[in-house]
Write a protein that binds this ligand. Sequence first.
Ligand code: UT7
Length: 399
Amino acid sequence: MTAETRPRYAHLTGWGRYAPAGVLTNADLERMVDTSDEWIVSRTGIRERRVAAAHETTASMAAVAALRAIAVAGIKPEDVDLILLATLTPDYWMPATAALVKEAIGNTKATAMDLAAACSGFVYGYATAQAYITSGMAKHVVVIGAELLTRFLDYTDRNTCILFGDGAGAVVLSASDEPGGGLGIELTTEPQGAYMIWLPSGGSKSPPSAATIARGEHFIRMEGRETYRFATRTLATTALAAIEHAGLQPDDISLIIPHQANVRIIEAVAKGLDLSMDRMFVNVDRYGNTSAASIPIALAEAANSGRIKVGDRIVIVAFGAGFTSGAVAIQWTADPVRGALGDAVSPDSVHVRPPVDWDSVDPIPDALAEILARPGRVPLDLSNVVPGEPEPAAHPALR
Ligand code: UT7
């Protein structure tokens, strides 16, 4: 492929999301750690988060979101030639979770790989997909953010366990010669913050052992204040750089889709860009922080709820462990009505092939299993929850 025949644009043509059915409310957390609904809502904006059932994995959630995005894009799974899966909670250390997703969605030809940039992972993946497409190396790329964080949380640590939840979102980027898609990209990495959010054991520096588990080193650790400072210092400047790379001004942007970590951080982004909160998409109240999954889940919800129109310029912007940050200014070209096509994909029809002669121990943390099984709640049989996407209000039985 010569420079003349390379596609010049990568349009966002498909989007989809998957949220597990289990709901963990602030009231549930009040029974687990010394916290309150009032504290959590006033400091973070979070009211509830989703919890994957025992049979669900990062790969299974990712595959559903990917198939929904593929249906919206109007292509076949086999048309995809690159699968990028951003996650900090892969099913296994190896193989890459993206390989399991490739098989689960019924694709035989794609290159499939995982991408590790924590909560900025989806934005890093988006930028990578755009580079593959505009260099002529791929025509249709699926970028997924999927996380199963509730299995890596210490449910005695109120600083972290209230924040995170599970879920997956995906987009399809497709080559085009028509203007549109990603117009400006900014990515940053600041390793001074490397140990501000981290998971100490499990890697080669400290392989998992009875001793590392006894020390609780298999759980996420976080310096909340420092992370908050980094986020409020960086998000608006990263978004602004992407907007400027696109040759635009903040006022040209109709919707900002920020990483959903904390509504106070989102308010700081709005202030930094001198935009009102009605230009910021917020769903952190219903999902908590789903790390790499948060932006593609929010993007799919924004498109499906009429917040995005053809021709709109939007910005996705994230920050996360590393410290990393990233933003992409995007010109939207797909008909948002197509979002409904994703509903045709039922989670029940998606299967990730398990290993032969091996099964995991029960993956649900004891504290979580105990609270979700309490009388007074609807008993959630975590070994056999049929995945779905109930809206909390429409499904009071789950509250
Ligand atoms: O994707 C990136 C992931 N990480 C983040 O986005 C985290 C960014 N940071 C934050 O969002 C905020 O720093 C937090 C929500 C984590 C904490 O809010 P804060 O306003 O920075 O609170 P703080 O850490 O300064 O703690 C204030 C007080 C402390 O008590 P004392 O020392 O003042 O007595 C904490 O021990 O609040 C206490 N505290 C809690 N109280 C009730 C901390 N966690 C809780 C809790 N419930 N869950």
